[in-house]
Ligand binder design. Structure first.
Ligand code: FAD
Ligand code: NAG
Ligand code: NAG
Ligand code: NAG
Ligand code: NAG
Ligand code: NAG
Ligand code: NAG
Ligand code: NAG
Ligand code: NAG
Ligand code: NAG
Ligand code: NAG
Ligand code: NAG
Ligand code: NAG
Length: 673
């Protein structure tokens, strides 16, 4: 096909009515895909499905979502809140592992991530927390105008369909469940609310923390994270079942003829080329654009290429999105050279600034006679509980694994005289020895360190999280880690051997800054004080070794190093930061140096909030959809004045699709690689 024919084909497909009911396209129906779409979304997880819903609400815009996983079949293990923690369906999990953790015990860690339509929201624990106002204001302070609490709250509310608790007032009072209406949305897509069953131990936990001077929050989502509370859950309160991004944002719009979801398709590359129609064309620094994507069902199946008319939006999550950028020629030059891909954009931040909440499960086994916990859900009791759930949507199965949490502030962990010392001696504004040797990344880290110091000193911000289940696990995690890790592709073909676990190197480098492990130790000591309070003593905690070694810092520190696992909050790997701070996307979530490639997922978070991440990711994606629409309107406005088409002009030769990894075909407007 020659150049002109390619364009006739594009035009023709634009004029043809879009396929009548496109819905879901499994691999065997791939022939139904259009040759091009206005927007191609890579990854149908939390962020991807929000964008797909919002962009496809205009019937004249075509949207394709490519998702590596399949549609879940609504098994109980996913939909029933009470079954959280009973494991994952293997094919819904990417099966990632980390690199050996050299600052811990040199062992690898599992790194579960959703591989299914809905992504992490199909596997997650349903906990809905937003974090502190100051957490988001720090994003703005890092050089992202208008990315602050004030703007986030608008999108937290926009994403949410909040139901107040359906509890008797006694129970609501005992558990301090008094959400503030002004901070919640009731017209959004994502259902959020409370289960109608709570274990009594929740009240012991809240009272115990209260005795230690930690405030109980009536609503944890109004901009103060420091305190203890019952968190709401992403759940359909009527059915008392999991609410996820597929059910909230996709299922009811899959009848839109302009929205296609191709499942079981793994994107292997973004097709990049020069942005020949860029209005800001600059010969010495040419912009690049994405003109399509390449994908396949498996390593052995043929690679399909589809072009985009407007934009590619990368929503493959904080692990895969940076790896996809790298194999597409966007990343640190040294990594691109190792991968043998031609350099499109030398961008050191791609895969760097990796942050996660390191977490330790500590056991304080409650043994009080007559206590009712999830351990009692066996035999005849289990049958009864199951029946009650399916008949009446009440009882223990409505309760997710975790509802009861606290985000203690540093002053709750340490005496007020020693915590300023800890901050000044640990955050001495020196570079950690293991940070990647790029001046921009180092500058960005130092800017983050300054903000981390003020966040840790801020009395409204939690330093660690403690999550309580019903049996006596008090899980501690660090909310504002100082450690930074990285993600890098190991092969230009991510599907090699059918295992992205083999082609993506994931290294969170937990405790590469030792303060993170120190904070976990302080969190465990808080646990020890907590179980000594009288409300908690009523539960008769009997911690096994090593959690009973409350005074032995050596043993506890060793336990921490062998037991740290992920809280499943990878982020930062495609940070929204200024270029001079090692940023990957600008505040419009556009990849630097490109005209039409955005990243919208947890990877753009430049600094972790003191919260679980889904509320933030839903809100970021809602905002991104508004940004994309606004930019499109601006572009059209400009176009009317200036004339030139913004339609992508592929490389020129043949059908304009490059052959080798990152090889740009056709006339080059510059000699940039
Ligand atoms: C086990 C677990 C428990 C969690 N618990 C909670 C919780 O209780 N509360 C909370 O707030 N948060 C929780 N989280 C975190 C939350 O779910 C994530 O922060 C959120 O899902 C991130 O959204 P995302 O859009 O960035 O990525 P994801 O939701 O992971 O979506 C990425 C999608 O892209 C797809 N994809 C990846 N690569 C490709 C490719 N090459 N081609 C095509 N598709 C691709 C994936 O299959 C996936 O569907 C949990 C996460 C996990 C994994
Ligand atoms: C993860 O591993 C299990 C078996 O251990 C397998 O069934 C599943 O398909 C794997 N998931 C992916 C995405 O490859
Ligand atoms: C993933 O890869 C790592 C490193 O190669 C390996 O140690 C681990 O066992 C793999 N995990 C799975 C589930 O295959
Ligand atoms: C981990 O490996 C490194 C390098 O091989 C070694 O120096 C270190 O002592 C090891 N740490 C532990 C806890 O084994
Ligand atoms: C073109 O890009 C170069 C390199 O980034 C920059 O120094 C120069 O100012 C740019 N010129 C214009 C006209 O924008
Ligand atoms: C890059 O090419 C070199 C030389 O052909 C080869 O040895 C190396 O394995 C390639 N790297 C990757 C990651 O494929
Ligand atoms: C304590 O609880 C943990 C986690 O549930 C369990 O693995 C362990 O066996 C329990 N120990 C005792 C002594 O009951
Ligand atoms: C729950 O099980 C424990 C033993 O595991 C038992 O002591 C307790 O009485 C049971 N609770 C109830 C309410 O039956
Ligand atoms: C909670 O405690 C009350 C009063 O002691 C008791 O009646 C009730 O059965 C308990 N509920 C659970 C779920 O343990
Ligand atoms: C459902 O609720 C009704 C009314 O409260 C009750 O009588 C019935 O026993 C419940 N069913 C089950 C299976 O628990
Ligand atoms: C942090 O500061 C405290 C108090 O000054 C000190 O005891 C501790 O060793 C420091 N930790 C690190 C990792 O520097
Ligand atoms: C793919 O599998 C082959 C054969 O098992 C192995 O030699 C190679 O290292 C694997 N490639 C990657 C990137 O893991
Ligand atoms: C801690 O628990 C272990 C059993 O898990 C026990 O052998 C040990 O004596 C206990 N130590 C203390 C200090 O209570």
């Amino acid at each position: 096909m020659d150049f002109a024919a390619f364009f006739r084909a594009l035009l023709l497909c634009a004029l043809l009515p879009v396929a009548t009911h496109c819905l879901h396209i499994p691999p065997q129906d791939i022939i139904k895909l259009l040759p091009s779409y206005d927007y191609i979304i890579v990854g149908g997880g939390v962020a991807g499905l929000v964008i797909a819903n919002r962009l496809s609400n205009r019937p004249d815009v075509t949207v394709l979502v490519l998702e590596a996983g399949g549609l879940d079949s609504s098994p109980d293990i996913i939909t029933v809140p009470g079954l959280i923690g009973h494991g994952f369906i293997p094919s819904y999990n990417w099966n990632f592992s980390t690199a050996p953790q050299e600052f811990l015990d040199n062992n690898t860690r599992y790194y579960d991530q959703g591989h299914v339509v809905g992504g992490g929201s199909i596997l997650n624990g349903l906990i809905m927390t937003r974090g502190a106002k100051a957490d988001y204001n720090a994003w703005e302070a890092l050089g992202n105008p208008n990315w602050n609490w004030h703007h986030m709250i608008h999108y937290f509310k926009k994403s949410e369909r909040f139901s107040p608790p359906d509890l008797c007032s006694d129970q609501a009072d005992t558990l301090h469940i008094h959400p503030q209406k002004a901070y919640h949305g009731t017209k959004g897509h994502l259902k959020v609310g409370y289960s109608n069953f709570f274990y009594n131990q929740s009240a012991n936990f809240l009272q115990g923390l209260s005795e230690l001077g930690i405030p109980i929050l009536d609503d944890p989502n109004i901009g103060i994270s420091a305190g203890a509370s019952i968190a709401p859950a992403s759940m359909n309160t009527k059915k008392q079942s999991r609410e996820d991004s597929r059910r909230a944002y996709l299922d009811h719009v899959l009848n839109r003829p302009n929205l296609h979801l191709a499942s079981e398709q793994t994107v292997t590359r973004i097709l990049m080329g020069p942005a020949v129609t860029s209005p800001n064309f600059n010969n010495s620094n040419p912009l690049k654009m994405a003109y399509g994507v390449e994908f396949a069902t498996s390593a052995s199946s043929p690679r399909t290429k589809i072009t985009c008319n407007k934009e590619v939006i990368l929503s493959a999550g904080a692990i895969v999105s940076p790896a996809l950028l790298q194999v597409s020629g966007i990343g640190p030059a040294a990594i691109l050279k190792d991968l043998n891909v031609s350099i499109q954009i030398d961008l050191p931040g791609v895969g760097a600034n990796f942050q996660d909440h390191p977490m330790v499960h500590a056991f304080y086994n409650y043994t009080a006679p007559g206590l009712f916990s999830t351990k009692n859900l066996t035999g005849a009791t289990l049958q009864q509980v199951e029946q009650e759930y399916f008949t009446n949507r009440t009882g223990p199965w409505t309760h997710p694994l975790i509802s009861t949490i606290a985000f203690p502030h540093l002053s709750h962990l340490l005496s007020s005289s020693s915590f300023p010392n800890l901050l000044s001696s640990n955050l001495s504004f020196s570079l950690p020895p293991h940070l990647a040797p790029y001046p921009t990344l180092q500058k960005g880290y130092l800017a983050q360190l300054k903000l981390l110091q003020s966040l840790l000193a801020n009395p409204t911000v939690g330093a660690v999280e403690v999550m309580a289940d019903s049996i006596g696990t008090l899980t501690v995690s660090v909310q504002h880690p100082l450690s930074r890790g990285f993600v890098r592709a190991l092969s230009p073909d991510l599907l090699l051997n059918n295992s992205l676990n083999q082609t993506i190197h994931i290294d969170p480098r937990y405790c590469s800054h030792p303060l993170d492990c120190d904070l976990l130790l302080h969190g465990l000591k808080l646990n020890s004080r907590l179980i000594s309070t009288s409300p908690m003593q009523n539960l008769q905690p009997r911690p096994p070794f090593p959690w009973n070694m409350t005074d032995d810092e050596t043993i506890l520190s060793e336990a921490i190093r062998s037991q740290i696992v992920t809280e499943f909050h990878p982020s930062g790997t495609t940070s929204m930061l200024p270029l001079e701070y090692g940023g990957v996307v600008n505040p419009r979530l556009m990849v630097y140096g490109t005209t039409n490639l955005r990243v919208v997922d947890a990877g753009v978070i430049p600094l972790l909030p003191s919260a679980h991440l889904q509320a933030a990711v839903y809100a970021i994606a809602e905002r991104a959809a508004d940004i994309i629409k606004k930019d499109e309107r601006l572009k059209n406005g400009e176009e009317e004045q200036e004339g030139p088409s913004h339609h992508p002009v592929p490389g020129g030769e043949g059908n304009g699709i490059p052959i080798g990894p990152g090889v740009v075909t056709g006339p080059q407007r510059n000699n940039h690689h």
